[in-house]
Design a protein around this ligand. Structure first.
Ligand SMILES: NC(=O)c1ccc[n+]([C@@H]2O[C@H](COP(=O)([O-])OP(=O)(O)OC[C@H]3O[C@@H](n4cnc5c(N)ncnc54)[C@H](O)[C@@H]3O)[C@@H](O)[C@H]2O)c1
Length: 262
C-alpha cells in the first residue's frame, strides 16, 4: 500500500534530477504518471526505467513548458491517458547565473519564461482539468531563492519570487473548488546534475574560487551542515499531494536544513 494509491499525476522536468526523483517517488507511492520534459530522449529512458522498477504505468511526453498551446494539448493527452488528474508537480526549471551588469537580456528573459511563465501555463492547465474532475493538488518546485535574494542570481530569484505569487494567487482562485496550490522551497541539492554539471563551474568562475571551495561554502551556510537530498524534498511533495495536507493551500514550504526560515 502506498500513500497515493491509484492517484494520477503529471511531473514536469522529469527526465533527470529532482523531477525524475519525484516521478519515481510518486510511482512508489502508488501513482500512475506522465513525465514531461523538453529532452524527449532522456525522458523516454527515465520513464521506462521507473516503470520497470515500480511496476506502475509511467510514460513520457516531450513538451516545452513555455509553449502555451503545447502545454494545453499535452495536458489533455495526459488526462486521456490517465483517466483524470489528481496531482501536478511543476518542477521544470533552469538556472543561469551572472553579473547583473553583463547579463544578456535574452538569457535573463529565458529564465523567467521557463520558471515563471512555464509554471503558470502548467498550473492553469492542471487546474482546468482538476476543476472538471474531482479537484487535485498542484505543487510547484520553487527554491529558497524564492524567499531571499541570491548572489549573481537576479533572473532565477525573480522567477522564483514570482512563482510564489502565482502559487498564492491560484490558491485563492481555486480555494473553494477543491484544487489546492502549494510550493516546496528546497535548499541546495549539491549532488544533483544541476550542480555537478553546471552550477559548481558557474559559481567557481563567477566567484573566482575552486569548485571544491564552492561546495564547502554552500554546506557551511546550512545550519544542519549537509546538502538537501531528493528524499528531503519528495517527502514533502508526497505530503502536499496527499489528503494529509487537505487544509493547506497557498503555502511555500522551506526544506532547507534551517537555512531559510521565512
Ligand atoms: N538542484 C538544486 O539544487 C535545486 C534547489 C532548489 C530548487 N531547485 C529546483 O528544482 C527544479 C529541478 O531542478 P534540477 O536540479 O532537477 O534541474 P535539472 O536541470 O537537473 O532538471 C531540470 C529538467 O527540466 C527540463 N526542462 C528545462 N527547461 C524545460 C522546458 N522549457 N520545458 C520542459 N522541460 C524543461 C530539463 O530538460 C531537465 O530535464 C527546478 O525548478 C529548480 O529550480 C533545484
Amino acid at each position: 500500500m502506498g500513500r497515493l494509491d491509484d492517484k494520477k499525476a503529471v511531473v514536469t522536468g522529469a527526465a533527470q534530477g529532482l523531477g525524475a526523483a519525484i516521478l519515481e517517488r510518486l510511482a512508489r507511492e502508488g501513482c500512475d504518471a506522465v513525465g514531461w520534459d523538453l529532452n524527449g530522449d532522456a525522458l523516454e529512458a527515465t520513464t521506462r526505467a521507473i516503470a520497470a522498477r515500480t511496476g506502475r504505468r509511467i510514460t513520457g511526453a516531450a513538451v516545452d513548458v513555455t509553449d502555451a498551446a503545447g502545454v494545453r494539448n499535452t495536458m489533455d493527452a495526459a488526462v486521456t491517458e490517465l483517466g483524470r488528474l489528481d496531482i501536478c508537480v511543476a518542477n521544470a526549471g533552469i538556472l543561469i547565473s551572472g553579473d547583473a551588469t553583463a547579463f544578456d537580456a535574452s538569457r535573463w528573459r529565458r529564465v523567467i519564461d521557463v520558471n515563471l511563465v512555464g509554471y503558470f501555463l502548467t498550473a492553469r492547465e492542471a487546474a482546468r482539468v482538476m476543476l472538471d474532475g474531482g479537484g487535485g493538488s498542484i505543487i510547484q518546485i520553487n527554491s529558497k531563492s524564492g524567499k531571499t535574494g541570491s548572489f549573481h542570481n537576479s533572473a532565477y530569484v525573480a522567477s522564483k519570487f514570482g512563482g510564489i505569487g502565482v502559487t498564492q494567487s491560484l490558491a485563492l482562485e481555486f480555494a473553494t473548488q477543491r484544487v489546492r496550490v502549494n510550493a516546496v522551497c528546497p535548499g541546495n541539492l549539491l549532488d544533483s546534475p544541476l550542480w555537478i554539471e553546471s552550477l559548481f563551474r558557474q559559481y567557481a568562475r563567477n566567484q573566482g574560487i575552486s569548485e571544491e571551495e564552492v561546495r564547502r561554502r554552500y554546506i557551511e551556510k546550512v545550519p544542519m551542515k549537509r546538502p538537501c537530498t531528493y528524499d528531503d524534498v519528495t517527502n514533502v511533495v508526497v505530503f502536499l499531494a496527499s489528503d494529509e495536507s487537505s487544509y493547506m493551500t497557498g503555502q511555500a514550504i522551506n526544506v532547507t536544513g534551517g537555512q531559510e526560515m521565512h
